[in-house]
Design a protein around this ligand. Structure first.
Ligand SMILES: C[S@@+](CC[C@H](N)C(=O)[O-])C[C@H]1O[C@@H](n2cnc3c(N)ncnc32)[C@H](O)[C@@H]1O
Length: 145
């Protein structure tokens, strides 16, 4: 939904000669619900979603039980849902929602977070977080039903 980000991504894709990319400048929830077929996704990546720091705004967070059950059938069986956040309270919220979500299994050997996977790109947003001394938490859950 951040138009300058969409423009920067298109420009970087052109420079890199990437042609198998499709961008939507639209609400990701509606795109997932209405434009993505069931059983079509190998890995869904949700990196640094807005954390909504204040308790009274937590209900606005995208990771919620209903969202997670809407996206589950979009994943292939065995497909992954990878989340990252630099806000500890949101990481704990993600862990709680996902641990209770039907049809998912945590891939973390300790039942919580996973080490930063190499394939996750370092964005401007994350670099800024590092400068401010923020931690980062990665969670990867697998669709098992
Ligand atoms: C904290 S930024 C992180 C951006 C990027 N993922 C990164 O790691 O650098 C959160 C982004 O999510 C976008 N966003 C929030 N809700 C959205 C939604 N429902 N659909 C699509 N984008 C959304 C915002 O516009 C913002 O650009």
């Amino acid at each position: 939904m951040h138009r300058p980000g969409v423009g920067a991504c298109l420009s970087a894709a052109e420079e890199a000669g990437i042609h198998n990319l499709r961008l939507f400048c639209h609400d990701a929830v509606e795109v997932l619900e209405q434009m993505i077929p069931d059983e079509s996704i190998d890995t869904l990546q949700l990196f640094f979603p807005d954390p909504w720091h204040k308790s009274r705004h937590h209900k606005r967070r995208i990771v919620q039980p209903a969202f997670v059950q809407m996206l589950r059938p979009k994943l292939k069986q065995g497909g992954l849902f990878h989340m990252a956040t630099d806000w500890q309270n949101y990481a704990e919220h993600m862990l709680e929602v996902m641990s209770q979500a039907e049809g998912f299994e945590n891939t973390s050997e300790f039942g919580d977070y996973v080490p930063r996977p190499d394939q996750r790109p370092l964005t401007k947003f994350e670099r800024r977080g590092h400068r401010l001394g923020h931690g980062v938490w990665d969670l990867i859950f697998k669709r098992i039903a």
